[in-house]
Design a protein around this ligand. Structure first.
Ligand code: SAM
Length: 541
């Protein structure tokens, strides 16, 4: 499996002499050495010398200039290396680490099954009684499955690109006096890890890793002091802090703790506009959709053809409204492909389809349906709020029954607009608030008869809980026709066509029972709002 090693270097000649040969010994396809510009001549010479001896391993030197947009220079240097690397599997190694072949396990795991990052351990030299004490403490902590994130890790680049946010630019170097409170514990690698777990899986290989030639970064007294303050602000008891200080031999925790207790100052914890809030928002939704993929019929397996018959007989307006048969040759992105049934339909009609879903289970289902149907198509795992495509690429974006489950829907529409070409078509479906299903099945049966409104649940909470076959969806927002129109207008779409359809209700006995109304108003009570809209051309072109 091809992979690159990325190593940021300042001027550590002596360390480089040991760590670089170790990097070559694990046989990567490429080693990217990222120097602060200008690279120190001695280090450069060494790198070139050692690199020249490797016939099968490419060595690349990247010189990185300071970037005023980034406060923590090392974070910028490392990311420049990530971008420069030729391969998507990237093992990043600090210059003070001597790795060996056991880290290849991390390379092997990353990029499969939604794994975006695999962290390994660092093993420190045991010097003196304190060193011995700490080695034991770290060993016990690892055994107890408390694995500190070490900063020796392998990433899968597409997942990194899709998860790390702009907050990284304002991160301070935790070793400096500018990093206060818990920010002293968040290095650039921890930040990356925290972003990654909002969208992808992170694994720890506790027993595998590298030998570290320098001391623990947490030994910097300022970091210990700030962490002590943070523990006080978080309300840790003093025996707990004392235990921690003794366990790791870090006495400045106590200094910071006592200082904070006396002074009671407000200390920064994290930037609420960055990864933490995303973590809170996205996680529940991902967990819900990870457990079920609609239209996969796991209880009573169906063939592709049977699924197809079922789908378009039940939702009989779809073929007409979305005109799948007119998509030949068009570049189509399906957001939230689920089982992949509509992606398959579009592929059958000759469209070039990319199916996207944030759930690994849905991506697997889409892939297996497309292969069963012997259709091509690409499947991408990503979040609708961060589409990993260049702008103006797609002719059509299609999203059926998805955006009403996403709280930050404006972000999705902004991404859809960015990826669509001028006058490109956005089409799909959201749930209709002005429908019989909403009024009868959700509000009357669950809200009133079952007493959930009286118990204090809001309409939105009831709609979320019961909108899908599997109870407990964390977020469903049903739109009125006017609300949807407004949303699309605000996101710069025009020629908006919205049609209520799919006249069904859920009864206590059975879901999706079709009904027919005598009068001509019947259309307006359907559970689905199907829509089509064109993206306004970009101004100034
Ligand atoms: C109700 S299912 C619809 C699936 C499919 N479109 C269909 O009609 O059968 C919603 C799908 O959207 C996906 N989804 C939900 N939120 C998403 C997000 N933020 N980004 C990407 N996919 C998402 C879920 O994983 C799920 O597969």
């Amino acid at each position: 499996m091809a992979f690159s090693i990325v190593m940021p270097i300042k001027d550590e000649y002596d360390l480089l002499r040991s760590s670089l040969p170790a990097c070559y010994s694990v046989r990567p396809d490429e080693v990217v050495l990222c120097f602060d510009k200008p690279a120190p001549a001695k280090c450069l010479e060494l790198a070139k010398d050692l690199g020249a001896k490797q016939s099968r391993i490419k060595t690349r030197i990247v010189e990185v200039e300071r970037n005023p947009e980034w406060r923590f220079h090392q974070a910028w240097v490392r990311r420049s290396g990530f971008r420069a690397a030729e391969h998507d599997r990237i093992l990043t190694v600090d210059v003070d680490l001597v790795i060996n072949r056991n880290v290849l396990k991390a390379v092997d795991l990353v990029g499969k099954d939604d794994v975006g990052l695999v962290s390994c351990s660092k093993f420190y030299p045991v010097t003196g009684p304190l060193g011995f004490w700490r080695a034991v403490a770290y060993h016990l902590a690892r055994r107890a499955h408390f694995a500190p994130f070490t900063g020796l890790y392998c990433i899968f680049r597409p997942y990194w690109l899709d998860s790390e946010d702009e907050g990284i630019k304002s991160l301070e170097d935790p070793r400096t006096e500018r990093a206060l409170g818990s920010l002293a514990a968040v290095g650039e690698d921890t930040y990356l890890r925290n972003c990654m777990i909002t969208r992808h899986r992170v694994l720890y290989l506790r027993e595998l890793g590298a030998y570290c030639m320098t001391r623990y970064v947490e030994d910097v007294p300022h970091m210990q002091f700030e962490l002590g303050r943070y523990m006080a602000a978080k309300g840790y008891s003093w025996p707990r802090v004392l235990l921690r200080a003794l366990m790791y031999g870090r006495i400045h925790y106590l200094r910071g703790y006592l200082y904070q207790k006396r002074a009671g100052l407000e200390i920064p914890t994290y930037n609420p506009h960055t990864y933490r809030t995303q973590l809170m928002k996205g996680r529940k939704q991902r967990a819900y959709w990870a457990k079920q993929v609609p239209m996969t019929f796991t209880d009573l397996p169906k063939t592709y053809e049977q699924k197809r018959q079922f789908r378009y007989a039940l939702q009989d307006y779809m073929q007409d409204f979305f005109a799948f048969n007119q998509l030949r040759g068009q570049r189509v992105l399906e957001i939230g492909s689920g089982s992949g049934i509509d992606s398959a339909e579009m592929l059958r009609h000759g469209a070039q389809v990319v199916s996207l879903d944030f759930s690994p289970a849905a991506c697997r289902s889409t892939k297996s349906l497309l292969s069963e149907a012997r259709l091509g198509g690409d499947v991408v795992m990503a979040d609708a709020t961060h589409l990993p495509f260049k702008g103006d690429y797609f002719d059509v974006v299609y999203s059926y029954g998805v955006i009403h489950h996403i709280p930050n829907v404006l972000e999705v529409l902004e991404e859809v607009r960015r990826c669509l070409r001028d006058n490109g078509l956005f089409m799909g479906m959201v749930y209709n608030r002005d429908s019989l299903l909403y009024a009868y099945s959700l509000l009357y049966l669950h809200g009133i008869k079952e007493g959930l409104l009286a118990e204090g649940l809001t309409e939105q909470e009831i709609a979320s809980k019961f909108s899908e076959r599997k109870e407990g969806n964390p977020y469903t927002k049903c739109y009125t026709k006017d609300e949807l129109d407004d949303l699309l207008c605000r996101s710069f779409f025009r020629q908006i066509r919205i049609q209520p359809c799919y006249n069904v209700i859920d009864t206590q006995m059975k879901r999706k029972v079709k009904f027919q109304l005598e009068d001509s108003e019947q259309e307006s009570l359907g559970w689905h709002l199907a829509f089509r809209a064109l993206r306004l051309p970009k101004l100034g072109r």
